[in-house]
Ligand binder design. Structure first.
Ligand code: GTP
Length: 182
């Protein structure tokens, strides 16, 4: 008979990317299962909490992960961004808007900036607004190339329809557990 261990883990997750790519909307969809169309710029930093239950039959482990999810105004001026936003980060979601190519191009700088404070931590690249198919300026190959550069994966998400939103946070939670706690 196998004995399932339950572990409680606290993880800090940061959402990074330029303004209006959908960071706040993704968090809102994940935490509250809600979406709104109007844009309200994030002022300063917002922290939300959500519990994630993950099971790992392979390791006979059940995980109760409490995520603290950090959201900031997606400013381009990185010098203004306080390192305390990143510090203690267990993982990050790097978000671009598939309808604006420049938001993909600046993800390199977001990642480098993050790793300067945290070292290499688990990240996932998100191509958000996948519901706006007719307006996409970015190809899957381009998003995939960036992800490969950083030895990670990418996902297409929509905060509007909810596509891949739960899956994204669960995947990041899994990556955090496997790199930090095994
Ligand atoms: P900052 O606070 O400036 O950093 O912006 P943000 O990255 O938090 O973006 P936010 O979530 O405020 O979304 C910006 C706009 O895009 C809003 O009007 C949202 O309704 C819209 N939006 C966000 N995600 C999606 C999506 O997946 N699909 C569509 N169609 N619209 C989205």
């Amino acid at each position: 008979m196998s004995c399932v261990k339950t572990r409680n883990i606290l993880a800090k997750v940061c959402l990074l990317g330029d303004g209006e790519v959908g960071k706040t909307s993704l968090i809102r969809k994940f935490v509250l299962d809600q979406f709104r169309d109007e844009y309200i710029a994030t002022v300063g930093t917002k922290v939300s909490k959500k519990n994630l239950e993950l099971t790992f039959p392979k390791y006979d482990t059940k995980l109760n992960m409490t995520l603290t999810i950090w959201d900031i105004l997606g400013q381009r001026d990185f010098s203004n961004l306080h390192t305390s936003f990143y510090s203690g980060g267990s993982g990050a979601l790097l978000v671009c808007d598939l309808t604006r190519k420049d938001t993909l191009e600046s993800l390199n700088q977001w990642i480098e900036n993050l790793f300067e404070t945290t070292g290499e931590i688990p990240i996932i690249i998100l191509g958000n607004k996948c519901d706006l198919k007719d307006d996409h300026q970015v190809t899957k190959d381009e998003v995939s190339a960036l992800a490969r550069n950083y030895h990670t994966v990418f996902m297409y998400t929509s905060a509007k329809t909810g596509e891949n939103v739960q899956f994204t946070f669960k995947s990041l939670g899994t990556k955090i557990f496997e790199t930090k706690y095994l």
